[in-house]
Design a protein around this ligand. Structure first.
Ligand code: GUN
Ligand code: ZN
Length: 433
């Protein structure tokens, strides 16, 4: 049995701070503790009391640092790590110029393994303990990602990206049949194995034929515990393109819905330019949308309506969308979510931002209770934040009169230097305590 006691400030959520006053949804201990045993959280509470009740248990004392659930990045593309921050394009040109040539390289399993490991190590260094990633059309790219996660004991979600239309380049296309069969084989190999979850992954309607969407819809129906991830209404040009490619569809979401690809375990990345019918249908089925704010500003996609969609009861996850997004950091992603909301006249409280980056993303992935929270029984995937990580942050945090004033400078100005430690399955990873 491996047991540790982490001491520091702790912040746990007891509810959704968008649906109730945030004050009613948080439990903060200034001198708190998290007891972890065999990879799980056993107890959270007053640090001194936990220490007295558990004599002899090794202690990692983080002082005034803030212990949170590890960040959950609900939508990213690990094969795009190497082309993050590529200049000057909008979505379709950006895909053709930077993304597709890079993704072709993943037919080489050694390259895939190297980038998968690098991505996961970067994630851990930024306090992210779970990623939900697109891979490439190559099944080897999926094996590489799950194997790299397994080596680090990380809980991840991923799937083979499927594309069979001639809108995707030669060399980066499969077929409806191959997409189905290769995804089915990967589900059999990985879904539910250790900490792995499989997501059936049509890239987006413009790069799939109706036959491929149909085949993947059938695969999902036969594997209902899998997630399904894709993109929806990211840019205005893309929405018009979809209308041209699928003239019979009522709207963009209908291209998925009419092929069996709308469901509660569906994850719809971006979802910026939605029609009222699409919003109604997402809500009716309980599907999640994923907010990718650094990507949406970087590629020039638009301003996601966070308060509007949360207000309609739609589950929202938060994500980097690496490499459309230009940061590996969920701190920077929270900051961008705040900034985008400001531009829409919505002030998002730090409690809401932290909840989005942890439990809300876990809920979107149907992994709530397992990750994204400090509840006893949850996996001991944790991040410890230094709230004075740089002189600029420290001089502001020093004047803080409460936790929120202390943590907001780190959300707005922090980066990987704010990550004092990352714990995965009850073990310290990034910087051992
Ligand atoms: N839409 C389809 N593919 C992609 C992708 O790789 N990144 C982003 N941001 N949008 C997409
Ligand atoms: Zn994406």
């Amino acid at each position: 049995m491996t047991t540790h006691l982490l001491l520091g400030q702790t912040l746990a959520f007891t509810g959704d701070p968008f649906s109730r006053p945030w004050e009613d949804c948080v439990e903060h201990h200034e001198s708190g503790g998290v007891l972890v045993r065999d990879g799980r959280i056993e107890a959270v509470g007053d640090g001194n009391a936990l220490q007295a009740a558990n004599p002899g248990v090794p202690v990692a004392n983080y002082g005034r640092d803030l212990i949170l659930p590890g960040f959950v990045d609900a939508h990213m593309h690990y094969p795009q790590t190497g082309i993050i921050a590529s200049w000057g394009k909008r979505l379709i040109d950006w895909l053709n110029t930077y993304t597709f040539p890079e993704e072709m390289r993943f037919r080489d399993p050694a390259y895939a393994a190297e980038v998968a490991g690098r991505t996961l190590d970067l994630a851990l260094a930024h306090g992210t303990t779970t990623l939900c990633s697109f891979c490439t059309i190559h099944p080897e790219s999926v094996d590489a990602f799950f194997e790299a996660a397994q080596a680090r004991e990380m809980r991840v979600v991923a799937g083979k990206t499927c594309m069979d239309r001639d809108t995707a380049p030669e060399g980066l296309r499969d077929t409806a049949r191959a997409a189905h069969d290769e995804s089915a084989a990967l589900i059999a190999r990985w879904h539910g194995r250790g900490r792995a979850t499989y997501a059936i992954t049509p890239r987006f309607s413009p790069t799939s034929t109706p036959a491929q969407l149909e085949a993947l819809g059938a695969l999902w129906a036969g594997n209902p515990t899998c997630l399904m991830q894709t993109h929806l209404s990211e840019q205005v040009d893309e929405v018009a393109w979809v209308r041209g490619l699928y003239p019979e569809a009522r709207d963009y979401l209908d291209t998925y819905e009419s092929h069996g690809l709308l469901g509660a375990r569906g994850l719809y990345g971006h979802s910026i330019h939605l029609e009222p019918r699409e919003i109604d249908r997402l809500r009716e089925v309980g599907a999640a949308v994923v907010h990718c704010p650094t990507s949406n500003t970087f590629i020039g996609s638009g301003l996601f309506d966070l308060a509007g969609l949360k207000g309609r009861g739609i589950p929202v996850g938060l994500a980097t969308d690496t490499g459309g997004g230009s940061f590996f950091s969920m701190l920077r992603t929270m900051a961008a979510a705040y900034e985008v909301a400001q531009l829409r006249g919505q002030a998002i409280h730090p409690a809401q931002l932290l909840w989005l980056a942890t439990e809300a993303s876990a809920r979107a992935l149907h992994l709530d209770g397992t990750i994204g929270s400090l509840r006893p029984g949850a996996d001991a995937d944790l991040v410890v934040l230094d709230l004075a990580s740089t002189p600029a942050v420290a001089q502001r945090a020093k004047r803080a009169e409460d936790l929120w004033q202390a943590v907001f400078p780190t959300i707005m100005m922090g980066d990987d230097r704010a990550i004092r430690a990352t714990w995965v399955a009850g073990r310290p990873m990034a910087r051992p305590a």
